[in-house]
Design a protein around this ligand. Structure first.
Ligand code: F6P
Length: 319
């Protein structure tokens, strides 16, 4: 292994830059030439890549987003797109690739590395924390803390004006952000895609609480479970109480990565290079139970298992 390429694909996540820095620095320190591919798979198809040296990743460890840019590239799912990407790999004599992204990125990486026998190692980076077989993706901790700051702010006005707020968070098909911030933010309800939500029971609690003098509520909804507007409308229809909505949206994707998001990124950047040096491929590196592990791409993209019932119950026990 002499020359490797690194790219970021799919939705950006805070800490991706720290991962790039780790791959470039550890790779070059181990006598590898490291190429950066721009805009994910699109850059491989369109031959947008350049050598990254030690200095080129200076001063990025604290920055959100990705200096390599990122994109969602449908063309990569076509045989023509894959063939063009492979031609770029061949032309530049690239022996292995580090793919920093989420489950869409790993689905594509699995297809690519098995079809063309190009070594690919994935580094999990996505705010959704939906990669199976590992504890936490790069960016999750930052996104959760960004959402939590917003919820703490909302609490001030919700309490002062005695109102019901419905706050929508990201996560695609995962309820991880919603559950985590609802618990840490002291919210009354979390609506998540993994669990059927009982509107009648929740509204019954709200009305009863109201009679006892509890007037302000914060209900967190995961985007994949229900949009804030729809949830608020339904609560209003059942309870007749006035509600306000907040959609946190892409605010959760940006900002300065937390120490945890950076540290995971730095550890996994090194591990990904080590995997390529050992001749491994078709795998994701991650941390599970405090240990560095590798998980096959196919397992990593399956539905993530986590103890959502435990977290959900705690929210209800403490509200
Ligand atoms: O996968 C990360 C994520 O932020 C999801 O939580 C969200 O559903 C999606 O990306 C939004 O994608 P886009 O920025 O392409 O609209």
């Amino acid at each position: 292994m002499k020359r490797i390429a690194v790219l970021t694909t799919g939705g950006d996540a805070p800490g991706m830059n720290a991962a790039i820095r780790s791959v470039v620095r550890y790779g070059t320190n181990n006598k590898l030439e490291v190429w950066g591919v721009f805009r994910g798979w699109w850059g491989l198809i369109n031959e947008e890549l350049k050598v990254l040296d030690h200095r080129s990743v200076s001063g990025i460890i604290n920055q959100g987003g990705t200096i390599l840019k990122t994109a969602r590239c449908q063309e990569f799912y076509t045989p023509e797109g894959q063939e063009r990407a492979f031609q770029t790999i061949k032309k530049h004599d690239i022996d292995g690739m580090v793919v920093i992204g989420g489950n869409g990125s790993f689905t594509a990486a699995h297809i690519f590395c098995t079809k063309y026998n190009v070594a690919c190692i994935g580094i999990p980076a996505s705010i959704d924390n939906d990669i199976n077989g590992i504890d936490e993706t790069i960016g999750t901790d930052t996104a959760v803390n960004t959402a939590l700051t917003a919820i703490d702010n909302i609490r001030d006005t919700a309490t002062s004006m005695e109102r019901i707020f419905v706050v929508e968070v990201m996560g695609r098909d995962s309820g991880f952000i919603a559950l985590t911030v609802a618990l840490a933010g002291g919210c009354e309800e979390a609506i998540i895609p993994e669990k059927k939500f009982d509107f009648e029971a929740a509204c019954h609690d709200i009305v009863n609480g109201n009679l006892r003098g509890k007037i302000s509520w914060i209900i967190v909804t995961a985007e994949g479970a229900g949009r804030a507007e729809d949830v608020a409308k339904k609560i209003n229809e059942i309870t007749t109480l006035e509600t306000r909505t907040v959609v946190l949206g892409h605010i959760q994707r940006g900002g300065r990565p937390t120490a945890r998001s950076r540290d995971i990124a730095l550890v996994l950047g090194r591990s990904a290079v080590d995997c390529l040096l050992k001749g491994l491929s078709d795998k994701v590196v991650g941390i599970a139970g405090g240990k560095i592990v590798t998980v096959d791409f196919q397992k990593a993209i399956a539905k993530k298992e986590f103890n959502l019932e435990g977290m959900y119950n705690l929210i209800k026990q403490l509200s």
